[in-house]
Write a protein that binds this ligand. Structure first.
Ligand SMILES: [Cu+2]
Length: 167
């Protein structure tokens, strides 16, 4: 199973020209000038403090903590704060989150469990980023009136290189 993904990665690497030339000045590239991740520049980037408005415009999702930070390959623990349009924390929301790799067409084998803390904060674990590439982490929050808000955190993960943050 994993070998299939590895083959796919190799195929993508071979098919696409190295993008190091157009991103050579970006801090997310390899420290020794080696080839950038195949998904470099894709996604919105990820960093503690990143805040995104939900698709319905009714709630804001902020990544308030990440362990490790910045995210790394394999298991991560994230804390996401949900706020309403007035900036007040949304407590008691029913939250659920999932993983997806759009370039590969698969999710992580590990489901994310969400646990509510105080002040509208929810712990997500494990956020299992088991392989390098473009990841989409969708966070849903069902509000007290039944509305489901969601946002997608998308970023390029390469186990060896730093992750490009929001620009
Ligand atoms: Cu993958």
């Amino acid at each position: 199973m994993f070998s299939k993904y590895s083959l796919l990665l190799i195929a993508v690497t071979v098919t696409l020209p190295a993008c190091g030339s157009d991103g050579g000045s970006e801090p997310g590239n390899g420290p020794d000038g080696t080839q950038a991740p195949v998904c470099s520049g894709a996604g919105k980037g990820i960093a503690v403090g990143l805040s995104q408005l939900g698709d319905e415009g009714l709630a804001t999702f902020e990544l308030v903590a990440a362990n490790p930070a910045p995210p790394e390959q394999f298991d991560n623990t994230w804390t996401v704060k949900v706020s309403d349009s007035g900036g007040m924390p949304v407590a008691g929301a029913v939250t659920f989150a999932d993983t997806w790799m759009p370039d590969h067409g698969h999710a992580s084998p590990k489901a994310i469990t969400t646990t509510e803390l105080a002040d509208g904060e929810y712990v997500l674990e494990p956020v299992n980023l088991f392989m390098p590439g473009l990841w989409e982490i969708t966070v849903n929050a069902e509000l007290s009136d039944g509305t489901v808000e969601k946002t997608v955190f998308s970023f390029c993960l390469n186990g060896e290189f730093a992750i490009t943050g929001p620009q």
